[in-house]
Design a protein around this ligand. Structure first.
Ligand SMILES: NC(=O)N[C@H]1NC(=O)NC1=O
Ligand SMILES: [Zn+2]
Ligand SMILES: [Zn+2]
Length: 504
């Protein structure tokens, strides 16, 4: 018996080695590319009765090959499943993926706050196919070629959607054009600056003089400057500035940041944007006001500048359109952000301006932190971190509240895809059109869901989001980025194959 075993054993070893060799050589082994998509093919058709193309809604099919949209055909049900790979979505809406131009991914340096993996998985789950990352809250701040390189290194193999980057305009590089040019040459899509303290020590604020320096460089590159537009007003009584009321009451915080802060910043900015008009000394430069909250005097100043022909645009965020100061519960610091959420009549005027086209686009200003710094237990509005967590909910939140204000799907897509693509200079994104990247969200506007603990949330700290606990309309089914099916039915593709977007 023993002898037989000794004869068989070498044969058996040989057999196992052979099969192992052939197994390793065989095509069963997955190439990394296969992991990028939940689909086993790269040439296919998407069919639906509601496809929002650059020419409006059609009932029909979109042909996708190697990441691009190669044809669009009207007529639902015309594609024969036996001849083509067809994904039939019935009457679900097929729309351009959202482009969120204001996201703080916080990596490298503050990955405990958010991160490339969690942030971009949240984006994919919410139908957001491109995010543009802010230059602060990460450490070091993105303000030079070298610090952008650190970002790019940190993002490698970690991004599930495409990611572009804004660079920081801070006093140091505003006074040193070669640093600024190095940063722009390295590919940031534009710059971002603060006219008040940013809350981050290594991202100091800029004066209007620094901003003008920045604009003169940006004019040559034809890239935008995004500005956090608030200037602290010394004329405010010091008790108001410090908030001498009850720190657990939202009203106390609101009173420390009145609309006059926004108005003061925008007054200085529109004085500078005069020169961005055709023939002006800053022609080619563009100012984009981020997260406008004040829908009165500040908005009027921008409307006037636009009428004159200045190169200026505005975004607001879902939280300013959804919440109102009167409704924010005591101690609920999840709602703290800057500029602050104001009263319901301000909110209604923001909706009006959005639907009339005076506000150009929407963004999330997704800016989380660690629960400890949000002071959820203490409920101190004056000391808590200011920032809203919302990236995954851009689409359902805008739709749930928007449809009550008369928002159409076409307008929704203009505000979340087409206009953001234009701001960031993303020529092949923002619309379902032949030749564009196949960046697509498939969703059901009519389906409602509860955002509770059972809901698959991918942002790092769901407990920080003021949207948790609400009932929303607009369920995301599938998300495609450059033709890769990156999210389906609550699951992500195994590999992170988003692409860093660099300006040329
Ligand atoms: N640093 C930072 O993310 N700040 C953001 N948070 C906020 O509420 N407004 C901002 O500008
Ligand atoms: Zn800001
Ligand atoms: Zn921000």
């Amino acid at each position: 018996m023993d002898q037989l075993l000794w004869r068989v054993l070498p044969l058996l070893t040989l057999l196992i080695s052979f099969s192992l060799f052939f197994y390793l050589q065989s095509p069963i082994i997955k190439l990394p590319g296969d992991e990028c998509s939940l689909l086993p093919y790269s040439h296919y058709w998407i069919s639906s009765k509601r496809i929002l193309t650059s020419q409006g809604f059609i009932s029909g099919s979109v042909e996708i090959n190697e990441g691009k949209i190669v044809s669009i055909v009207e007529g639902y049900g015309k594609k024969d499943n036996s001849v083509h790979q067809v994904i039939d979505y019935g009457d679900a809406v097929v729309m351009p993926g959202l482009i969120d131009v204001h996201v703080h991914l916080d990596e490298p340096g503050r990955t405990d706050w958010e991160g490339f993996v969690t942030g971009t998985q949240a984006a994919a789950a919410g139908g957001v196919t491109t995010v543009v990352d802010m230059p602060l809250n990460n450490h070091p701040t993105t303000m030079s070629k070298e610090t952008l390189e650190l970002k790019l290194e940190a993002a490698e193999d970690k991004i599930y959607v495409d990611v572009g980057f804004w660079g920081g305009l801070v006093p140091e590089n505003a006074q040193n054009t070669s640093i600024l040019e190095g940063l722009l040459d390295a590919g940031v899509l534009g710059l971002k600056s603060f006219m008040c303290p940013s809350g981050i020590d290594d991202f100091p604020m800029t004066t209007i003089e620094h901003i003008k320096e920045g604009l003169s460089v940006l004019a040559k590159y034809r890239r935008p400057l995004l500005v956090h537009s608030e200037i602290q007003q010394d004329s405010e009584s010091s008790s108001e500035l410090e908030g001498n009321g009850d720190p657990h009451s939202y009203k106390t915080y609101l009173d420390t940041r009145p609309p006059s802060w926004e108005e003061a910043a925008i007054k200085e900015l529109v004085d500078a944007t005069k020169d961005t008009r055709i023939g002006g000394s800053l022609e080619g430069a563009h100012v984009h006001i981020v997260h406008l909250s004040d829908s009165s005097a500040s908005l009027d100043l921008i409307k006037e500048a636009k009428r004159r022909g200045d190169s200026i645009s505005i975004e607001t965020c879902p939280h300013y359109l959804t919440f109102s100061s009167e409704e924010i519960p005591d101690k609920d610091t999840r709602y703290k952000c800057s500029p602050p959420i104001r009263d319901a009549s301000n909110r209604e005027k923001l909706w009006e301006a959005l639907l009339d086209g005076h506000i150009d686009l929407l963004s999330s200003d997704h800016s989380p932190t660690v629960p400890k710094l949000k002071l959820l237990k203490e409920g101190d509005f004056l000391k808590a971190w200011g920032g809203i967590s919302s990236l995954q909910f851009d689409l359902p939140v805008t739709w749930s509240y928007g449809k009550k204000h008369g928002l159409t799907l076409e307008k929704l897509s203009l505000l979340w895809s087409q206009k953001p693509a234009k701001l960031a200079g993303l020529e092949s994104k923002g619309a379902i059109a032949v030749g564009n990247h196949a960046d697509i969200v498939v969703w059901q506007p009519e389906v409602e869901f509860d955002l509770n603990d059972d809901y698959p949330v991918f942002i790092k700290h769901p407990s920080l989001s003021a949207y948790m606990g609400s009932r929303l309309a607009g369920k995301v089914l599938d998300t495609f980025v450059r033709g890769n099916l990156v999210f389906k039915d609550g699951k992500h593709a195994p590999a992170a194959c988003g692409v860093p977007i660099l300006a040329k």
